[in-house]
Design a protein around this ligand. Structure first.
Ligand code: CP
Length: 310
């Protein structure tokens, strides 16, 4: 595999290999010397055309822990603002002998388009409303870590399914690994074809989904991707679909709470849940570094060559 464009392209065996590689990196990241020399002499550009905190820092840390040379590109401070095209931008960067491109773009399919025009390996760090593959990998890795395995587990994906690349990549990943998936949220935020197209259950009743699941992955309401307000107020959304302490306490079981970040606190998730012992949100963020190290390492063609710094 040369690129990581989406989970859709991966097999369950590919995902297991990424997890096993990430297990090794996670052990190395606990040591005083976290750096390994495996990607020395590899140059990686982080090409972000959309805002990011977690994904961008996580990739940069992963690259630096692997001893790669790292270049960060922010579209808002670049010649893109003077009208330069995506292909010209990337070809100019590649002319400086860059080996890999990590790319986030607001257009669905932008990394796929680029992969047909350039030689370097591309990692999709989120493309529009299509996929966010490394987020799904770190989410599934975090479920595996907390619950021991993914096959047979019940995962509810909550909220803005329609505009979420995290939802789509999670559905592909969890289904490939044998989990059952239910999506829940307002009918206006759930594509009507999703059950048939992707083999998930759909309910518009939040409590029903939470009572059913082992894990709830609560998604951010993507206000920037919505053309018209879907609820009269975010407070109204919170009252009907917000995951609150009161809702969780009404269940007959304790479930694991996840969120990819950034959280709209008091909208899709209340602070007394986000910051509670049921939440593994910061473990997801921690696992993101090991997962991204594994992806970069495997895409660079490395196998069984992790050399520890101590
Ligand atoms: N989860 C995620 O993609 O967060 P960022 O947008 O901050 O990268």
């Amino acid at each position: 595999v040369k690129h990581l464009l989406g989970i859709k392209d991966l097999t369950a065996q590919d995902i297991e290999l990424i997890f096993q590689t990430a297990d090794n990196f996670k052990e190395i990241l606990k040591r005083p010397i976290k750096k390994v020399p495996t990607l020395r002499d590899t140059t990686i550009v982080n090409l972000f055309f959309e805002n990011s905190t977690r994904t961008r820092i996580s990739f940069e840390l992963a690259e630096k822990r692997l001893s790669a040379d790292v270049v960060n590109f922010t579209a808002s401070a670049s010649s893109v603002k003077k009208g330069e095209t995506l292909i010209d931008t990337v070809n100019n960067i590649l002319a400086m002998r860059v080996d890999m491109v990590v790319m986030r773009h607001s257009a669905s399919g932008a990394p796929h388009f680029l992969s047909r025009h350039i030689q370097a390996a591309i990692v999709n760090a989120g493309d529009g409303i299509n996929e966010h593959p490394t987020q799904a990998l770190l989410d599934a890795f975090s479920i595996r870590e907390r619950l021991g395995e993914i096959a047979g587990k019940k995962v509810a994906i909550v909220g803005d399914i329609m505009h979420s690349r995290v939802a789509l990549s999670n559905i592909y990943c969890l289904k490939k690994l044998g989990a059952e998936v239910t999506v829940t949220g307002p009918p206006t935020l759930i594509p009507p074809y999703i059950a048939e197209a992707l083999g998930v259950n759909v309910t518009y009743n939040l409590r029903e989904a939470l009572q059913w699941c082992d894990v709830a992955n609560v998604l951010r309401i993507q206000l920037e991707r919505q053309n018209s307000p879907l609820f009269s107020s975010l407070r109204e959304y919170n009252l009907v679909y917000g995951v609150s302490r009161e809702v969780l306490d009404s269940l007959q079981k304790e479930i694991v709470i996840m969120h990819p970040g950034p959280i709209n606190r008091g909208v899709e998730l209340n602070s007394d849940v986000a910051d509670s012992g049921q939440s593994i949100i910061l473990h997801q963020v921690e696992n993101g570094v090991a997962i991204r190290m594994a992806v970069l390492y495997l895409l660079a063609g490395k196998r069984g060559e992790i050399v520890s710094g101590n």
